[in-house]
Design a protein around this ligand. Structure first.
Ligand SMILES: *Cc1c(COP(=O)(O)O)cnc(C)c1O
Ligand code: SF4
Length: 338
């Protein structure tokens, strides 16, 4: 039997202000030198001289990095190394040719699924991101403009799923997200709601009871797709956030990007899958890197990727092997490689 203090229930429940997720965003590291200094690596890495996609790393994520390790797989995802400045042919500003189509903030590449871009900003800047050069300012739906995008969804009976994406949609306050979700759930032909977010990984306490509330409080089937690339990202706080979502009846899936130096071994990918299963997350996609300018040093050749995933098939339960996919402009869905 556990010993519970008789005063436990009278402890005030007000939120510690330093624990609010907005505070974590404000306190995020935005300078590469600070990032290196906090890990005892100052002066040990040649940095990019570009400033158009600055460092952005929440302290909650930094805490999971190993001090003194310049090859730490979490650090490599966020550190703007000098290699970014080297041009490589085939790596371009907009590899997916993704432009808003039906309405501002609505990306419609697939007939039955529509992507709603609520917010251009993210809670972390991943160096390999294909959206690093996306013209978000023109496309995000701040200040109630999301209603026009929901009207476009209502006008097209083919749309069965709405995916809140970004940037990161959980950068938007829960009150707004609840209103958006309610509006979507009033469109009779929409059956499913999906949220693509990296926030439960980088700032796990972003998942508050209000978040679970709007996700589970409407008639839509709700799925949250998180994004982790390495098992060490999945600490106990992340496990708690996932548990909170699952207790609300929300499906939780993970997508990863195959990244040189981060997860391009069977050991790393297998450890990632096992840790995901342990905390209740289904490995969904492993993406071949999109060929965006500045990310060439992360590329794992296709043949090596195929060899890795077929080895995973030998080693893991079938449901633990993510689908290895690549996005090709103009295709009606992602291309499954293996
Ligand atoms: C990946 C993606 C989706 C979702 O595709 P699923 O295969 O259903 O996960 C939808 N719209 C766009 C533009 C996408 O890139
Ligand atoms: S969180 Fe996602 S969209 Fe944002 S920078 Fe990282 S990979 Fe890109």
């Amino acid at each position: 039997m556990s010993i519970v203090s008789p005063h436990a229930e009278s402890v005030p429940t007000e939120v510690d202000p330093s624990r609010r997720w907005q505070t974590s965003i404000r306190r995020a590291i935005r300078c590469p030198h600070t990032l290196l200094r906090m890990l005892g690596l100052e002066g040990e890495v040649d940095l990019s001289t570009q400033e158009d996609f600055p460092v952005f790393v929440p302290r909650e994520f930094l805490q999971r990095m190993r001090p003194g390790d310049r090859n730490d797989p979490l650090l490599l995802q966020v550190l703007p190394k000098r290699e970014e400045d080297r041009a490589k042919s085939g790596f371009t500003a907009d590899p997916l040719q993704e432009k808003a189509t039906d309405a501002p903030g609505l990306i419609r590449k697939y007939r039955h699924r529509a992507l709603l871009i609520l917010k251009g900003a993210c809670a972390v800047h991943c160096r390999y991101c294909f959206r690093r050069e996306f013209p978000y300012a023109d496309n995000q739906l701040g200040g109630g403009r999301w209603a026009t995008a929901v009207d476009a969804v209502a006008a097209d009976p083919q749309i069965e799923e709405v995916i809140l994406s970004g940037g990161d949609p959980l950068m938007v306050a829960d009150g707004t997200l609840a209103a958006v979700t309610q509006a979507i759930s009033r469109v009779p032909h929409v059956r499913a709601l999906r949220v693509h977010t990296r926030l439960p990984i980088v700032i796990p306490h972003r998942i508050e009871s209000a978040t679970v509330g709007w996700l589970s409080g409407c008639r839509l089937t709700s799925t949250v797709v998180i994004h982790a690339n390495h098992a060490r990202e999945l600490d106990d706080q992340v496990a708690q956030a996932v548990q909170d979502l699952r207790e609300g009846g929300i499906h939780v899936l993970n997508q990863s990007v195959l990244l040189k130096g981060v997860n391009d071994t069977t050991e790393a990918l297998s450890a990632l899958s096992w840790r995901l299963l342990e905390i209740g997350v289904v490995p969904y996609y492993l993406h071949q890197l999109d060929r965006v300018r500045g990310a060439a040093h992360f590329e794992v050749p296709l043949a090596a990727g195929l060899a890795l995933v077929s080895q995973l098939r030998d080693e893991l339960p079938g449901y633990a092997v993510p689908r290895y996919v690549v996005e090709e402009p103009g295709q009606p869905a992602k291309t499954v490689l293996l």
